[in-house]
Write a protein that binds this ligand. Structure first.
Ligand code: ADP
Length: 481
């Protein structure tokens, strides 16, 4: 198949979260399976210019409002995937992918409108007629709307179906109507994007895309409820026959304690001794003293209400005599202040590193005995799968993809500890059960169950391909909205 992926993030080029891991790995797996894959990304400052040097650059003029914006396509071959960067320094050459210092860039509507239109114009310029365009979250959602409106009669895209994947429904790209008009849409075409608070790029894409998917079966259900639908539940219920949940995998070559170059010592399921070395080294590096055998809990997550840092702190505070804690994350400045202050007050037992640090994240997965994920909602979650690979037992809430991957039920081969979402006391109890189990024979079984779990991409890639084939075959059938 000819598959075009358009995304605002892809690891290793630009990443703020799991979306980047998914797009990076999925595109490579599709390319390696012999499909013709082109990945479009914005050329942010974070994308190394060196990698693009000597490559071709192709100028494009993108209409915007009454005028236009000059961009250029910059090409790079990344193993089996052709990557096309949309280069436009006034829009993308700046600090942060979506914002800086805790604030969104004020022109994100223009930045991602231009990106979406440049994806379609770029595909035409390079003569790449996709069978499927695969879009991810609000920043690339407008591609689906363009295909249904301005480009609906363009013969170049006559054989193209669109699939929009929801990685996180909480981010909807809501702007004034003016942003849609400036993007070239007629007022009537913008109507499906309307919400009480404005016009949403994501809602437009969800109404216009041929097929929708999300990143776990449980989240696909939660999205259709008032509690999980973030105001879009009615639309998603109407489109449920076109909505499917496909669990993400993780890149097992990259997330491998046997091969991980960030670690003080590598280890595997058959020989877990190296994990103790990694733990001792990290504790020493961070100046944390611990009784021999005392458990280390870790947390690696964006500082956002979603991730439940507040719940983690409440659960940890009365239990710091029984464990040590190391947290890594960046995000909401108010939460940074709260978590940093808490860690300082509990300096003999806890550390918090504010920032994005790939190496530290790897070292912490390897060092920690348990990973805390008290998410209020979690579309899929990668942390718990990575943790299990590294012999680190997840303590999670039963929501979204966490519910689909972690079980405390012995009948289902327990691999972690689970609590009710949004309930600090229940999360504390789950953490308590984890601390009780640590050091017992049960613990070894939990660690092994996690390390032996199959979180490979192969199953998910097969499901995506089935979805793409269904979408391509059913193209032209109008969305049931
Ligand atoms: P989300 O996409 O909602 O942020 P996921 O659990 O799906 O959450 O993915 C998070 C990914 O980002 C994981 O690979 C995790 O290790 C990584 N990550 C999150 N915060 C940091 C950080 N501060 N430093 C390094 N890696 C991080």
């Amino acid at each position: 198949m000819r598959i075009l992926l358009a995304s605002s993030e892809a690891f290793p080029f630009c990443k703020t979260g799991g979306l980047a891991d998914v797009v990076g790995t999925l595109s490579q797996k599709l390319g390696a399976a012999g499909h013709d894959v082109v990945l479009f990304l914005p050329k942010y400052r974070a994308v190394e210019s060196a990698a693009l040097q000597g490559g071709m650059s192709y100028p494009l003029e993108i209409p915007l409002g009454a005028g236009s914006v000059q961009v250029s396509l910059r090409y790079m071959q990344w193993r089996s995937v052709s990557v096309q960067f949309i280069d436009c320094p006034p829009l993308y050459d700046r600090e942060g992918l979506y914002g800086a210092a805790g604030r969104d860039h004020p022109d994100n509507d223009v930045r991602f409108t231009v990106f979406c239109r440049a994806v379609l114009e770029g595909a035409k310029a390079m003569g790449f007629k996709p069978d499927v365009v695969h879009l991810h979250d609000w920043p690339s959602a407008l591609v689906a709307s363009y295909l249904r409106t301005l480009y609906a009669r363009d013969p170049f895209f006559a054989g193209t179906a669109s699939v929009l994947t929801i990685h996180n429904l909480a981010y909807q790209g809501v702007f004034p109507l003016k942003s849609f008009l400036q993007a070239g849409f007629a007022k009537a075409d913008a109507a499906p994007a309307r919400k009480a608070e404005g016009y949403s790029f994501l809602k437009a894409g969800l109404a216009h895309a041929d097929w929708l998917s999300t990143v776990s079966p449980t989240y696909a259900h939660e999205l259709q409820t008032p509690a999980g639908g973030h105001g879009l539940q009615a639309l998603l219920r109407r489109r449920r026959d076109r909505l499917t949940g496909i669990l993400n995998g993780i890149d097992l070559d990259y997330w491998s304690p046997e091969r991980d170059h960030f670690l003080a010592q590598r280890y595997g399921a058959a020989d877990p001794q190296g994990k103790a070395v990694c733990k001792a080294k990290l504790l020493a590096d961070l100046g944390l003293r611990a009784a021999p055998g005392a458990p280390l809990a870790g947390m690696i997550a964006r500082l956002d209400r979603q991730k439940g840092w507040d719940l983690a702190l409440q659960a940890l505070t009365p239990r710091l005599r029984r464990c040590r804690f190391v947290g890594v994350g960046e995000g909401d400045p108010a939460l940074v202040k709260r978590v940093s202050g808490w860690a300082r007050r509990h300096g003999s037992s806890a550390r918090f590193h504010c920032g994005y640090d790939e190496g530290l994240a790897h070292r912490l997965y390897a060092a920690a005995d348990m990973l805390l994920m008290p998410s209020r909602f979690e579309p899929c979650g990668l942390g718990q799968m990575i943790a299990m690979r590294y012999g680190c037992v997840p303590v999670v809430t039963r929501t979204g993809g966490l519910r689909d991957t972690v079980t405390e039920q012995p009948s289902g081969r327990a691999n972690g500890f689970t609590a009710r979402p949004g309930d600090a006391r229940d999360f504390g109890r789950a953490l308590g059960r984890a601390l009780d189990a640590h050091g017992t024979a049960d613990w070894g079984r939990l660690v092994r169950a996690g390390m032996e779990s199959d979180f490979s991409w192969d199953r998910s890639v097969r499901s995506y391909l089935e979805l793409f084939k269904r979408a391509a075959a059913g193209r032209g059938v109008p969305p049931s909205v």
